[in-house]
Design a protein around this ligand. Structure first.
Ligand code: SF4
Length: 400
């Protein structure tokens, strides 16, 4: 991308690692099992060159969050993972106390790896458990057991990683509200600082999609019951919901992910990674060979750019609305007025009384937010509130 313009402000850095030990049946992320270690080394070399390419453009932005995700970053050979982590710190001038997260699959990291990651600058890990129920883990074709997760969690704590997030899912085949609550209970007793709770979606192109008629999935009412019950248990255990799928102990919200929902900027490097940088949204090719080849001859990264769009006017407003309504605190009317010079209620208020009356939305002071019931059907509500033109103006990367 052209990198001359610098709009200032703090920045997040995302690095995508497209490798996994095996492919889960529900997953539609760009990730695969690497054939051998050479491809891992070449990919990390490419990432380091790509970081170097952006070094001067990022120099004054003082990134205060880094997120290495995937895929499974810990599926990389340890030496390559550490090279990449050190490369981020060496290339970019990070803010003091920057949050530095690495995603971890429970079967792919040891105590020693955690110690080395912490020494290299990692201060937060996000572990994908998904469920504590052996049958549900099997249904998801996860490669780890609950015991693997527990070992991984304790290893991370022993290695003095003081900020841990755990991912859970609801809507898994044959999952019940009771089994979900057992998973939430199990996880919250370990006291991670942060919990994410995602709704399993059956995405086209996945084995789950191909076999969707054989899957015994909870119906929509049961899924809503699951979501409400899990949210309530998490709140009782001291995890405040701050986004549709995210819950944290006080002061432990994910700084990096908040950037996405607060429309702040982030630079995403790696194959398939998305960015919002210097007022542009762009992404790089989801094809590792094309990415490596493009970087090996880098003078400009336009050749590996898959999409690019300047975000302004209607598109920016549409994104702002869609992202702010993901947050538990909702959309701040005053900020909307200051940012866009228009009154949100005048533009979009006609449909709100219905959702407020039915309990899908709530007004708290200057903010309008979705309730749990509203969050569960947020896509429907937002497409009802926004006009067809607004939705069309929003970048596809930000529709959910
Ligand atoms: S570990 Fe994560 S990224 Fe890899 S296949 Fe499973 S869900 Fe997808």
């Amino acid at each position: 991308m052209p990198i001359s313009q610098n709009v200032g402000g703090k920045l997040g850095i995302y690095v995508h690692v497209p490798f996994c030990r095996s492919k889960c049946a529900y997953c539609d992320f760009y990730s695969f099992v690497p054939g051998d270690e050479t491809v891992c080394e070449r990919y990390v070399n490419a990432l380091l060159s790509h970081m170097e390419y952006y070094k001067s453009a990022v120099a004054e932005r003082l990134p205060d969050s880094v997120y290495i995700g995937g895929g499974t970053p810990t599926a990389l050979p340890e030496e390559q993972l550490l090279r990449m982590i050190r490369g981020v710190r060496r290339t970019f001038h990070l803010a003091k106390n920057a949050e530095f997260t690495v995603e971890v699959n429970p079967a792919t990291a040891s105590y020693k790896t955690f110690v080395r990651m912490r020494r290299a600058g990692v201060n937060r890990i996000s572990i994908g458990l998904q469920s504590a129920d052996p049958g549900e883990l099997k249904a998801l074709s996860r490669i780890h057991s609950r015991a693997d997760f527990e070992q991984c969690y304790r290893d991370a704590r022993r290695a003095k990683i003081q900020n841990i997030s755990v991912d859970l899912m609801f809507g898994i085949p044959r999952q019940t509200t009771e089994s979900l609550l057992r998973s939430v209970d199990y996880v919250t007793r370990l006291r991670p600082e942060h919990v994410s709770l995602y709704n399993l979606k059956i995405e086209p192109g996945t084995p789950f999609y191909q076999n969707r008629r054989q899957l015994v999935l909870p119906d929509e009412d049961t899924e809503f019951e699951m979501y409400e019950a899990a949210c309530a248990l998490l709140e009782r255990r001291g995890y405040k919901q701050y986004e549709i799928s995210n819950f944290a102990q006080p002061g432990k919200m994910c700084k990096h992910n908040l950037k996405y929902w607060n429309c702040e900027e982030y630079l995403g490097l790696g194959t398939g990674a998305h960015s919002y940088f210097n007022g542009n949204r762009f992404s790089f090719v989801p094809n590792i060979q094309a990415y490596i080849k493009g970087i090996e001859h880098i003078e400009s990264d336009i050749g590996i750019t898959a999409s690019s769009e300047e975000i302004k006017g209607k598109a920016r407003m549409g994104e702002y609305i869609m992202l702010k309504f993901r947050l538990a605190e909702g959309l701040p009317l005053g900020e909307f007025q200051r940012t866009f010079g228009s009154d949100f209620l005048e533009l979009y208020g006609s449909k709100l009384p219905f959702y407020l009356k039915k309990g899908y939305m709530v007004r708290r002071g200057d903010n309008i937010a979705l309730t749990h019931a509203g969050m569960f059907v947020s896509n429907y509500i937002l497409s009802d509130i926004l006009t067809f033109a607004d939705l069309n103006a929003v970048s596809p990367a930000n529709q959910f």
